[in-house]
Design a protein around this ligand. Structure first.
Ligand code: BG6
Ligand code: MG
Length: 234
């Protein structure tokens, strides 16, 4: 079956637009240290894309910590978030990942709609710090969804607000949970990062600097705008 033409690009935020994934890891590692266990970068991969409280549960499982009261869970999660926000305070517009602004600008000049689909409740703060809001038509984040990735809710809500069918959306994700959620939403996915972690994505890249113009040519068919010859327009 022929895929729908590409009409909208939906981006995860943490680890895709800004390298906040490393701040999440540092803050969780610090909490693990205070609770008396080591927490590796490899173990941290599972936390990417999932909500704050689910991340805490995964961390506690890694540390074999059980029978935690709801009050203590809340207290640990907010402690981690305070440390995380100290890192966020250092963000500036220069922290937007290489190639991102250029790629977003190109998409918009081709008439492609753009959205954010993030699990983070800190998304408004981050977007404000790096001043990226004007490049997106809609933002759906952890403050407006009920079910976290890999549930497709965040992606479907973004597509609905954009007025675009899921099959006409491309998602850009750095987390396995996000890739899974986008696939469940019926969208095509570009995975950013290590291929083995994002095995289910339709295309894998390590940086947005790699994407244009090849991606635009083969998926949008806007070659005439960019002077690159004929696009394929799946
Ligand atoms: C996702 C991150 O974007 O947001 C996860 O990949 C994080 O690591 C989740 O747990 C929730 O973020 P926050 O900022 O609400 O704690
Ligand atoms: Mg991410």
């Amino acid at each position: 079956m022929r895929a729908k033409p590409f009409e909208a690009a939906i981006f995860d935020l943490d680890g895709v637009i800004v390298d906040t994934a490393k701040f999440h890891y540092k803050a969780w590692k610090r909490l693990a240290g205070e609770l008396g266990f080591a927490f590796s970068e490899r173990e941290n991969e599972q936390l990417k894309g999932v909500s704050r409280m689910e991340s805490l549960d995964l961390l506690l499982r890694a540390g074999r910590i059980t029978d935690v009261t709801p009050e203590r869970r809340e207290a640990w999660a907010s402690r981690k978030n305070e440390w995380y926000k100290e890192f966020l305070a250092t963000l500036t517009p220069a922290d937007v990942l290489p190639g991102v602004r250029n790629f977003l600008g190109l998409l918009r000049s081709c008439g492609i709609k753009t959205g954010i689909a993030s699990a983070s409740k800190n998304a408004p703060l981050i977007m404000n710090k790096v001043n990226i809001g004007p490049l997106f038509d809609v933002v759906v984040d952890g403050n407006s969804i009920v079910r976290a990735k890999p549930d497709p809710e965040v992606f479907l809500q973004a597509a609905r607000l954009l007025g675009v069918a899921p099959g006409a959306c491309f998602v850009f994700e750095d987390a396995a949970a996000g890739v899974e959620g986008a696939i469940r939403a019926g969208m095509r996915v570009v995975g950013i990062g290590a291929e083995q972690l994002l095995a289910r994505s339709h295309l894998n890249i390590t940086s947005f600097e790699q994407l244009e113009p090849v991606f635009l040519m083969s998926h949008i068919g806007v070659a005439n705008h960019t002077g690159l010859g004929d696009g394929l327009n799946e």
